[in-house]
Design a protein around this ligand. Sequence first.
Ligand SMILES: [Mg+2]
Length: 276
Amino acid sequence: MTDSNQLNEFELIHPFPCGNFKFALFDFDGTISLIREGWQKIMVPMMIELLLQTPHHEDEPEITLITKKFVAELTGKQTIYQMIRLAEEISKRGGTPLEPLEYKNEYNERLLKRIKNRIDDLEQKRITPETMAVPGSIEFIKQLHAHNIQCFLASGTDEKYVLHEAELLGLPPYFAGIFGAQDDYKNFSKQIVIDGIIKKYSLSGDEFISFGDGYVEIENTKSVSGIAVGVATNEAERLGIDEWKRNRLIAAGADLIIPDFHRTDFLVNYFLNQNH
Ligand SMILES: [Mg+2]
């Protein structure tokens, strides 16, 4: 396949200069890791269940739509923000919500049950890390690292889980920093991580690139004039583009949309070579 054919798999939204960046930020879930694939199928039904118990709720199809919408809007931020919103939605319908942290704990418990087999299989080495990763992502990061690009990972998932799951995928040696959500949630955000990197290394916009499947990291990157790559992986099939993600990433300001990293060599060359 020629380079131009390979480029057809990518969708360039806003042309950007390549070859300058020295720092790359990656989102974790959905961008690299598929360990938590399907988390929406745990979070959304849990919330619907709770909202349907409130005194003044809409019918189930309406509640389902509302829930899916606000969960999606908050994807990429720390999980606690989705739970804060859940508590607000419960109050709005005449219910008395618990503390958002309690909802987050309940959600984590339910999700960990769903992904327990995946984690066990990785821990026991019954499956390879690649089986639980977005195609080509691990190799892509290794190659960026080999080219002296400083890679960082920032996730809205609690840091203890991110560290463990990144370890299971064999990623820590390739990252200069791994950041996840803190209990003290007001002092952590992807924007804080990005601003910190830009400031610490006195970067200009095109020296910084980010890869993410959520609109939060795309917006945050564009706010510092960085290059934002939207990874619109179809997580369940591990093949092709998820149209819904694609549209949201473009709306958030993504410069380029890619389905995944399976054309690793081509991608590395594309990003590191100024003359393509
Ligand atoms: Mg993500």
